[in-house]
Write a protein that binds this ligand. Sequence first.
Ligand SMILES: [Zn+2]
Length: 302
Amino acid sequence: MTEFAPVPDFALGPDIPESGYVVQDLGGGAHFVTQGMINTMFVETKNGVVLVDASPFLGDKLLEAIESVTPKPVTHLIYSHAHADHIGAAHLLKRDGLKIISHEITGEFIKEVKNDDRRPLPTETFSGRRKEMDIDGVRFVLDYTGDWHQAGNLFIHLPELKLMGAMDSFTPKSAPFFRLYFSAHVPAYFDAMDQLLEYDYETIVTGHMALPGTPEDVATNREYIRDLRAAASEALRTVDMKEASAAAKVPADNKQAEIKVWMDAVTARAAELMPSWEKRLGGTDIFLSDNLNATAWSAFID
Ligand SMILES: [Zn+2]
């Protein structure tokens, strides 16, 4: 088995009890819920519950978690984005009168996915950059600032509650998932960290693992990915494609292999150039090559 560094204490969340979930009160009716791998948030209003996403990792436990806080029904479901690991249990919540809200691009994506009734279509969508809503006395600002994870992905800001939801943006206290949260557009991912630091909030819920974060965690993630980019850029500047091919004995007519071998060498060199982050983030060993590879490709072509 591959050896991984132990997860540092600061990156571990709470122990998950027999119930299979932990609910944390964030104040003002807002709650964080996690089962260890995935997390989300919900807000109790005067008439019901506004829930962000419905992950199959939580499944039925999500309703149990909400019922542990309030007997009120889920009146609104906001899709942060269309990925099935976050909204693939939405069908469990579907009932008459449930409002499902998303960006229009997310709605179109779900419509195009055939044979998946786990992700019901949104009942309300918006186009463009921003939608502000007052839901039973709680203000929600939904912002589509760029394709930092998936087209249609939202920042979900509750200004009065000083709360931000940005699912699949980063992991508090840990290095980002592979390929910078599998970002199709790495520059937009870097922009998203800048954008997230422009809002006013105290807590940010980011969709994975067992911890909510703070603006300081966003800044730490930004510093980390800037280090990735600096290391990747320096490796791109210093690793020569011809030399890498010669060292790997790539046949001269195999240009595709030449690119692959070169980028692997760039990634390996960048890993050597990365400063040590083990005392600040967990999991820095796990997706380092994937993240450097994504960052190097972006630095090369974007
Ligand atoms: Zn996702």
